[in-house]
Write a protein that binds this ligand. Sequence first.
Ligand SMILES: NC(=O)C1=CN([C@@H]2O[C@H](COP(=O)(O)OP(=O)(O)OC[C@H]3O[C@@H](n4cnc5c(N)ncnc54)[C@H](O)[C@@H]3O)[C@@H](O)[C@H]2O)C=CC1
Ligand SMILES: O=C(CO)COP(=O)(O)O
Length: 312
Amino acid sequence: MTTILGAGAFGTALAVALSGTGPVTLWGRRLPEARETTRLPGVTLPEAVRLTDDLAAALTGAERVIIALPAQALRGFLALHGDDLDGRWLINTAKGIDLETGESPSTLILRACPKARVAALTGPSFAADIARGQPTALTLASTAPGLEGLQHALSTPVLRLYRSDDLRGAELGGALKNVIAIAAGVAIGAGYGDSARAAVITRGFAEMVRLATRLGARPETLSGLSGLGDLVLTSTSALSRNFRYGKSLGEGVPFDSGVTVEGAATARATSVLARDKGIAMPIANAVAALAQGSASVAQTMETLMTRPLKEE
Ligand SMILES: NC(=O)C1=CN([C@@H]2O[C@H](COP(=O)(O)OP(=O)(O)OC[C@H]3O[C@@H](n4cnc5c(N)ncnc54)[C@H](O)[C@@H]3O)[C@@H](O)[C@H]2O)C=CC1
Ligand SMILES: O=C(CO)COP(=O)(O)O
């Protein structure tokens, strides 16, 4: 049995996608009365999905638990419920770095649940696309035994999972692409144009690879679905919340604070990690400064463009 924790956009989309694979339970702390969610307009959960706000009931008999919560909510959630989750497959979907500790979601999960097998499900996949049954390819990464079995259990004819043992690389790619997607949004919002966006994507990708490999990721993982694939999707689509947030920063207009924008906190966490490791990440630093309101878009662009000239 598969249980999904978090009845937001992604948890709901996965519940729809997996509803044909066997019993699926979707847990949310506040459930809508109808089988519809404002986070995914137009999507109705199939009756086959059990919907509950009772965590103990949701976990009873669950062989695998997909955790579809925002990255910054995960540590607090695990502190409350880690013991109840332990001892089974725990599959993280959060794309972020914990601001307080600088740790990846899987590190937080393993610390709270030492007997669990931890995996990350990540890659280019808008919840709306998954919920509508559009063909999607994702990375399922874990260093735990039995990954192939999990890959089969979570794949469907339209949800194609590639497995990887580079958990660190897969998670870092997913987290860091959100930061660069914000920068791409800023470039468009500020009217700098598509050429500037292409430069941001490419130089941002170089930053992603630099930091992730320094933290133990394999470079080829960063070039895969979970890194470059998701970076391209989120930096070029107005469906991306990170891109839209960046665009509003570039335009100088307010953004709805109720929308989940993982890249804002993750930019700050990334800046700290990069400084500690001595890695140059000017674009991530710029996003951190913009998200904190400590620099203007014009100042940020000038800082980026007047850095000493260097080899590519
Ligand atoms: N929406 C998308 O297209 C995709 C999202 N993701 C990732 O999945 C993660 C979740 O994103 P979404 O579902 O889109 O966000 P969302 O904002 O739509 O939903 C988040 C859900 O988490 C719940 N939540 C927040 N804090 C909680 C807590 N402390 N305890 C229990 N529940 C809590 C909220 O009530 C909400 O239902 C993010 O890291 C995101 O990057 C990954 C792939 C695609
Ligand atoms: O990660 C995503 C698609 O792969 C979703 O991106 P946003 O969180 O920017 O909407």
